[in-house]
Structures are given as C-alpha cells and as structure tokens.
Ligand binder design. Structure first.
Ligand SMILES: [Mg+2]
Ligand SMILES: [Zn+2]
Length: 174
C-alpha cells in the first residue's frame, strides 16, 4: 500500500519558478526562470506530482487581491500545461506575518492539507525553496528531502544548495 502513495515535489513560487521582483501579482511581471519547465518535466518523468506552496502576504497587505492572485495562478498553470506539465495544486497563504496564521510558511499547514488531500508519502517527497523559511517548512512538516536555491551561496552549509531549479536534477534521481 505504501508505494501507492503519491510522491511530490513541493515548489516555492517566487524565486524558484519565477524571478522574485517582490510581490509579483501581474502576468507581465511574471518571468519564468530558465530551466523550470525542463526541471518539472524531469520530475514528472520520475513519477512525481508537482505542488506549489507560496506565501502571498501581498494579499494581506492590500497590494493585490485574491482575484489578482487567482488570475495570475490560472495563467501560470496554463503556461505549465502548454509545456506538458501538470501542476497538481497551488496552495497559498494570504496572511501577513503579524496575522500569526497557521498556514504561512514555515508553518506546516499547507503541506499538511496537501498530505490529507492527496495521500502523499512525505518520505519520498522533496521541498525546494529559496528561503530559509522554506527549509524550515520542510523540517516542520517532516519532509526529509529539501534543497535551498541560493545563487549567492550564502553560508547555509547544512543544506543542499543549488543555483536554480534545473540544477536540482543532479540531486533528485528517483
Ligand atoms: Mg521564494
Ligand atoms: Zn496564512
């Protein structure tokens, strides 16, 4: 039964999928990072599903609306689809840090919801993000495998660090 569980690559959005210009909320500011589609097709070829988990405090701060986020997300998913990539689901937290919600990363709620919804095996899943809070989300939700994207190579030597998503294909092999 165990091997029937879904294995997932959990991806942060800003800084992993698209260039993080800060509070990206419009299609014309959403620039896919080179190699993202190729990396995702590789993950799918290994049998992974792809789930995006993203903090979107710009909603709580009033910079853009849930509807703006939804329009951008639907467009993004279609761009993935055009590149033969299915995104299983996008989870987002709309709150600000001062809201002290349960969903904002590094809290594990978005991961926990995904696990319930899709019968995910966390032991065979990965989380990839560009912020320490992403790494802490993995730790807090008991995802054993995680990779930090950090092209500046700051000194978080406890983590596997790569420059960008496409470089993770050298790490994730099955
Ligand atoms: Mg990020
Ligand atoms: Zn939240």
């Amino acid at each position: 039964m165990e091997n029937k569980k879904t294995k997932v690559i959990f991806l942060d959005r800003d800084g992993v999928i698209n260039h993080d210009y800060g509070y990206v909320s419009k299609i014309d500011k959403f620039d896919f990072i080179d190699g993202v589609f190729e990396a995702c097709r590789y993950f799918i070829s290994l049998g992974y599903e792809i789930i995006i988990i993203t903090n979107q405090s710009g909603i709580g701060r009033g910079y853009y609306s849930e509807n703006d986020f939804s329009i951008l997300t639907n467009w993004m998913i279609k761009e993935f689809n055009k590149n033969d990539i299915k995104i299983l689901k996008v989870y987002h937290c709309p709150h600000t840090p001062s809201d002290n919600c349960a969903c904002r990363k590094p809290n594990p709620l978005m991961i926990n919801q995904a696990v319930e919804e899709f019968n995910i095996n966390l032991d065979s899943s990965w989380l990839i993000g560009d912020n320490i809070s992403d790494i802490n989300t993995a730790i807090n939700s008991k995802i054993k495998n995680y990779i930090l994207i950090d092209s500046k190579k700051n000194n978080q030597k406890d983590y596997m660090i790569v420059d960008n998503l496409i470089d993770t294909i050298n790490i994730i092999k099955n």
